[in-house]
Each structure stands twice: as C-alpha cells, then as structure tokens.
Design a protein around this ligand. Structure first.
Ligand SMILES: Cc1ncc(COP(=O)(O)O)c(C=O)c1O
Length: 404
C-alpha cells in the first residue's frame, strides 16, 4: 500500500500571502475607487538590463543555427559563467573560491530548500526568527523537525534564534549549537546586515561545534556600507564550515528568468565526506542544468555595460528604500533596514499587532505591506515594506502614510 510523506501534514499552510490577497480583494470590492499601492511582495519591477536582453537575443539566435545550437547544459553550469562568478563575485573580493566550487542553478530558493538533502535527518537546525520560511519548511518536509505548535507558532526540535531590536536583528550564538545553521544577510525580512567581526564569530562557533553554516546572500548586491561582508568567505576559515547561496533574482532582475548558484568549497569535509562531491552527485542526478540562454544572460551582468546597468537598477530600488525609511521615520515610526537591503522593517505604533497595522494602513492609506508576524513570532508588531516598487507610487505611498 502506498504511504505518503506524513511530514507534509506538519506544515500549517502558508496563509500569509493568500490572506493578504484575500483582504486586499475584499477591500477593493468595498472601495472600488481606492488606488491601492502594493509595497508587500519581494519581487522586482524594473525590466531586464539592455546588456542582458542583448545576450538573450544572441543566445536565442545561436539556438537557431545547426553549428551553434546547444542541448543539455553541463549539470554544474557552463564554464564561461562559473569563471565570471569566481572572478567578479569572489576573487575581486579577495575570496579564494574557484570556478569548480560554484554550482549554477535556477535560483536560490531551490538550492536553499534542497541542500538539507545531503545531511542526515538526525541533524538539528538553527534558524533566525523572523525567517525566510523556505529553510524551515524544507526541513519539516524532510522530517528533521517535530510538529508545529500553534500556541508558540514554532516547530518542535528547531533551534530558533530571535532577532529583534535588542540585538540589532542579528542573532546571538545559541547555547545549544545547531548542526545546521541558516543565516541570511542582508536579511529578508528585517533588512539587517552583519558586520565582518560578528560573522567571523559565527564561523569560529561553527568550526568549534562542527556545525555547517548555510549562508543565504541573495541580497548581497544591495550592500552599500563598507564594513559589511558580501560573502561569508571573507571570514577566516569559512571554507571549512560554510555553504553560500546567491541569486541573480534581486541582483539583476532575474526573478522570471531564473538563475542562481551555490558555493560548496572543496575543503568542506564532514565525517570524512566531501560536501562538494555530494552536492555534485546530487546535482548530477536530480538537475539537468540551467538553460544555456539564461546562463549567457547571467554572464552579461559581468560585462562592463552589464555591471553598470544593474548597478543603476539597484540604485533605483535603494533610493526607494531611502525614501521609505526616511519617510516613515518622519511620520514618527521606528524603522530598520533599508540601507543595505531593499526591505524596511517597521515597528507598529502603540503595540498594534502586525495584522491590525496591516488593516489600518490598507484602510487609511490604501497601502499594502507584509505583516511581520508572517515570518515568525518575533516578527509580531512589525511590518515589512519593500523598495521594489515604482518611484512615483513609492513617494505617493509615503505621502499617504504620513497623512494617515
Ligand atoms: C532570502 C531569500 N533567499 C532566496 C530567495 C529566492 O531567490 P530565487 O529567486 O533565486 O529563487 C529569496 C526570494 O525572495 C529570498 O528572499
């Protein structure tokens, strides 16, 4: 008799974005003239850079020629892209990562979710609270957690690391060391970053406790301050204890095109096994390579024109972030993030719950953000605004929030 993976039944269901959509729909039907501004979803809005479009067109043309047509891509990625990544994202930042330690994929979400497969289900996991939900849910599905407790809004057997205003939204080293430690900086949803000394402490802690850090740097391109590490491999010894995820989604607007990569250093040996070889084996068996056309588009972001065009896009979003951060502060709110990340993490006024504040802003300003509690219980009384919107709408949203 067939049996299902019962771990799926532990998942409480992702109500966050469906509840938001339902509330907005209801509000719209009751208020058909209201012009709602959405600053909730973490998706980009700017079109792809001209250098990317040019590379895409060229690659499509190649697919039309007998001599230049490409079939299956190498499962770990084309060398032309892996070499550019190694040079621009690592070597130029003094990180010693070679092209064959880079595994090209169709995005960071899949990699963050799939990486747990190469580790035993006996491992404990440590996650920040609030958190990008993929890290927890993928471990729930794999059976690495207990059941969901509706009162605490947490899964049993998971080490939650609270991130709040008291610790600057950077978790403290847990007393009980998790075997697998998920860190994400710049952070979604809080917009917080970690400085190099603090990150070094995590690397030292992981090495001491024989833990592995799974470091999600999907928003690396948004870092504007100097002392903030762009990669965990800027820290001494990280190659022995850390895996890093990167994405072209927010760096270059590839959310619809799909491209990312994971770095698994060859020095990362656990119980005598090479995680690099295990991830290569996993990729070879379960993944058939990101499309040639998309990898050529990815390569284009490392050209001189590509680099300056994507910088311009990021500057556009980060000016939105500045407008939001300064605007909400002028309106009297306590707010965080928005300097090295496209997210602004706003404290709700007068202890309003995240959902009460959601309703309040929808009704009074017709602005939609994301209730912080949707990312974990420590997100209660917080609200996330994103900088990925259109400039004029962002300015208008802030004007309305000030008047609300
Ligand atoms: C922290 C974090 N990691 C990964 C991703 C997913 O990136 P990708 O589009 O490459 O799958 C997101 C997307 O919102 C994210 O916020």
């Amino acid at each position: 008799m067939t049996k299902i993976n019962n771990n799926y039944s532990k998942l409480p269901g992702s109500y966050l974005f469906s509840t938001i959509a339902k509330k907005v729909r209801e509000f719209e039907s009751a208020n058909p003239d209201a012009e709602i501004i959405r600053l909730g979803i973490g998706d980009v809005t700017k079109p792809l850079a001209p250098a990317v479009i040019e590379a895409l067109n060229k690659a499509v043309e190649e697919m039309a020629g007998e001599e230049t047509f490409k079939g299956y891509a190498p499962d770990l990625g084309y060398d032309f892209l892996r070499e550019k990544i190694a040079m621009y994202d690592y070597s130029n930042r003094h990180c010693d990562i070679s092209a064959d330690e880079i595994f090209v994929s169709d995005g960071a979400k899949c990699d963050c979710a799939n990486i747990q497969e190469i580790f035993s289900t006996d491992n404990t996991i440590g996650v920040c609270d609030p958190v990008y939900p993929v890290y927890v849910d993928s471990n729930v599905m794999a059976g690495r957690t207990g059941v969901y407790n509706h009162d605490t809004m947490r899964f049993d057997n998971v080490i939650y690391m609270p991130c709040n205003a008291d610790n600057g939204f950077v978790p403290q080293l847990p007393k009980e060391a998790p075997d697998l430690i998920y860190l994400c900086f710049p952070n979604n949803p809080t917009g917080a970053v970690i400085n190099k000394d603090e990150l070094q402490k995590w690397v030292d802690y992981a090495k001491k406790n024989k833990s592995v850090i799974l470091y999600d740097a999907a928003y690396e391109a948004y870092i504007s301050e100097v002392d903030i590490p762009h990669s965990i491999y800027e820290c001494e010894g990280a190659k022995k204890c850390a895996i890093e995820f990167r994405s072209f989604s927010k760096t270059a607007g590839f959310t619809g095109l799909r491209l990312g990569y994971t770095v698994v250093p060859k020095e990362l040996i656990i119980e005598g096994a090479s995680l690099h070889d295990m991830w290569a084996r996993r990729h070879g068996t379960k993944y058939n390579g990101a499309p040639y056309i998309v990898q050529r588009a990815g390569e284009a972001i490392y050209t001189e024109a590509g680099r300056s065009q994507i910088k311009e896009q990021i500057n556009y979003y980060m000016l939105n972030a500045k407008i939001i951060l300064e605007g909400v502060k002028e309106a009297g709110y306590e707010a965080y993030g928005g300097v090295n990340a496209p997210y602004i993490w706003l404290k709700t006024p007068e202890n309003m719950s995240s959902w009460e504040f959601f309703d309040y802003l929808l009704e009074t300003a017709n602005v939609v953000g994301t209730p912080g509690v949707g990312f974990g219980p420590e997100g209660e009384n917080y609200y996330r605004l994103t900088a990925f919107g259109n400039r004029n709408k962002t300015i208008e949203a802030i004007r309305r929030i000030k008047e609300a």
